[in-house]
Design a protein around this ligand. Structure first.
Ligand code: SF4
Length: 649
């Protein structure tokens, strides 16, 4: 039987296990990336492991999420990250140089390689044929130490693209269509592999918009085959020699197939406040728009900004709408500036911003209360923009620009009927992505050779090995689809404590219950209860680390998001799956006891656990974990486990 492209790359990197769905496999990692919100813990943990140098082919540290310097804390973090990259042999991308995924795809992503990144949109270079997976920071630390990355072999789904996109429909509409059909849970446990005649009609940057936002489907990763489009992109970024042809075998067998006819697509929009709340733009046309932002790692490339710039040329942004363009990389800004497009956009009324995640996580450009904001981002979770009563819509740059011109949501096809000379801008790549690289410091150019820790850099908290007896109150009962933004918000006032776990922990779940941290500390143990898809969203390991610091012992949920579940193991919190009846019956404040000898049961491979609630009724909870995850849990987390292994070897 032939192999899928995914299987081919995994086979090339396989160090343990077999490529059978559901089996745990260990794969060699070629490249790692980390960013500023997750990076400080990655390097503190790397230091705690006592290693001298990064062992992977390439490691890159980006500073993108929080580039504004409000006081010393953020600057302390960035200085520490630069010193860690220099000390241990990683590339360092300075604050303002751009978003990790954009800068990585421009400089390092390569077909056939494996990439592990401590950011949930790490799958972006799947559009170039790289197998790229988002993971928790500790997974990156361990991979940088040269250890394999372990994962359950996902299902491989064939997303067959047919036809060609019509005018005004874009790559963003392809992924919004998939979200409309499959929902934010539709890709869980799956790798989406794109095939079919429609693939060759999409440029590499368009493919990377799709693979970037495959994360919103919950997919482990998404990948495209390579072809002339891939080669063309690599040549334009000056790395043509890295091209490798990669295709699935003709007789490859997939676990499932989805067909998308590109020619059927039209401009789509995700309504507040979930990326899968997707409808045709025409269904919501006519609503006033207060703010429009083009940017983020999804649509912040040169190719994403140029269409809007062309639409704005010689026109003006509506007076009641603020339009911001925040490129994904300084490279995009520099090329657009040299070509005169930045001035053109400014003349039209655009506020041209620095290359940063910023507004995507509520740092800067926070919308006004109860206002409408159209963004080309990938997430619109409630409150992520920095204000609770937000109304954030997600759409393509073309739809966003049309709204900025009209001051209301409008299908760009209808706007082009109104404005005679408004034509679909299409997609265009620059001849060469020839921008300076002064903000990317290679290991050879490193300016530091020892760690520099300011007062905002704390220690890594450690957990004791798993107890035999776990008992405590249900500290909080939550609904379905709780995101890591709910658990640890990523807004500026909170994020600045990312390297200071005791302080950051004070904000744990505060968006749901302001008293949570105090109650958890007082209880000194206990559980969280949640519905489906607990922990969806970012790879933020603080969402497991902070509850651990507060004494939480485990989470009882109907289901878990993949990266967050791995993070729970990595920080020694037991993730138990409960059925709907148990979820409905259990109340906040109930006393929960795991009847089994937990430490022994976890290590012996036991899957069913009995929980006793209020000494009154019992239910069954499942532990779905590999032998390795059980060892990690029993040791008290991955750091303790890795150190233990190193001592034993
Ligand atoms: Fe940055 Fe937003 Fe992309 Fe995350 S999703 S990397 S915060 S731009």
């Amino acid at each position: 039987m032939g192999q899928t492209l995914t299987e081919k790359i995994l086979d090339d990197h396989l160090v343990e296990g077999e490529l059978e769905t559901g089996e745990e496999i260990g794969i060699e990692i070629d490249q790692v990336l980390t960013q500023d919100t997750t990076g400080t813990m990655v390097w503190l943990q790397f230091e705690a492991m006592g290693l001298d140098n990064v062992q992977t082919e390439l490691a890159a540290q980006y500073c993108d999420h929080q580039t504004y310097q409000f006081d010393f804390k953020n600057t302390d973090d960035h200085r520490f990250l630069r010193s860690a990259a220099g000390t241990y042999g990683a590339h360092f991308s300075r604050p303002g140089n751009g978003i990790c995924h954009n800068v990585h795809r421009e400089n390092f992503a390569a077909p056939g390689k494996t990439l592990l990144g401590s950011d949930s949109h790490t799958p972006t270079p799947g559009g170039l044929g790289e197998l790229a997976i988002g993971a928790g920071g500790i997974d990156i630390t361990v991979a940088m130490g040269g250890a394999p990355y372990y994962i359950e072999m996902p299902e491989v789904v064939n997303v067959r693209l047919e036809g060609e996109l019509p005018d005004w429909a874009t790559a963003k509409d392809v992924i919004l269509e998939l979200l409309r059909r499959l929902s934010v849970k539709g890709g869980v446990g799956k790798i989406l592999e794109y095939t079919g005649p429609g693939v060759e009609t999409l440029t590499a940057p368009e493919r990377m918009t799709i693979t970037n936002m495959g994360t919103e489907l919950g997919a482990t990763t998404s990948i495209f085959p390579t072809d002339e489009q891939t080669q063309d992109y690599l040549e334009r970024v000056g790395r043509g020699e890295e091209y490798v042809e990669l295709q699935p075998d003709d007789d490859a067998e997939y676990d499932d197939e989805i067909v998308v006819d590109l020619s059927d697509l039209e401009p789509l929009i995700a309504q507040p406040s979930m990326p899968d709340n997707v409808v045709p733009v025409r269904e919501v046309a006519g609503q006033d728009v207060d703010q429009v932002i083009i940017g983020s790692c999804t649509n912040g490339g040169y190719e994403d900004i140029l269409p809007g710039a062309k639409m704005l040329e010689g026109r003006e942004v509506d007076k009641k709408t603020d339009m911001i363009v925040a490129p994904g990389s300084k490279q995009a800004s520099e090329i657009l500036a040299r070509q005169g497009w930045v001035a053109e956009m400014m003349a039209a009324g655009v506020n041209f911003s620095e290359a940063t995640c910023g507004a995507c996580i509520g740092i800067g450009h926070v919308p006004a209360s109860d206002s409408v904001s159209l963004r080309t981002f990938n997430r619109n979770f409630e409150g992520r923009s920095g204000i609770e009563d937000d109304n954030v819509y997600l759409c393509s740059p073309e739809v966003a620009t049309a709204a900025a011109l009209k001051g209301e949501i409008v299908d760009p096809r209808d706007l082009s009927d109104e404005l005679d000379d408004l034509e679909a801008p299409g997609i265009e790549l620059p001849e060469q992505y020839d921008a300076s690289k002064t903000d990317l410091i290679s290991p050879d150019e490193a300016v530091d050779d020892e760690l520099v820790k300011g007062p905002n850099i704390g220690d890594v908290p450690l957990k004791d090995p798993l107890d035999s007896k776990l008992q405590g109150p249900t500290l909080l009962k939550m609904d379905d689809n709780i995101t890591t933004d709910h658990i640890i918000p990523a807004t500026q006032d909170i994020l600045m404590y990312r390297s200071n776990v005791p302080k950051l922990s004070e904000f744990t779940l505060s968006r749901i219950d302001e008293t949570f941290a105090d109650r958890a500390l007082e209880a000194d143990g206990g559980f969280l209860v949640a519905g489906e898809n607990y922990g969806q969203g970012s790879s933020r390991e603080h969402a497991a680390l902070c509850p651990m610091y507060l004494g939480v012992e485990g989470v009882l949920a109907q289901s878990f998001a993949r990266i967050h579940k791995a993070n729970l193991f990595n920080f020694g919190l037991i993730p138990l799956t409960i059925d709907e009846d148990t979820y409905e019956r259990i109340e906040q404040g109930d006393d929960v006891e795991i009847v089994d000898d937990v430490a022994e049961a976890v290590q012996s491979g036991q899957e069913e656990f009995t929980i006793r609630v209020n000494d009154d009724w019992e239910a069954t909870a499942q532990l779905d974990a590999s032998e390795r995850e059980r060892d990690i849990l029993a040791a008290g987390g991955k750091l303790a486990h890795t150190k233990k292994q190193a001592e034993e070897s």
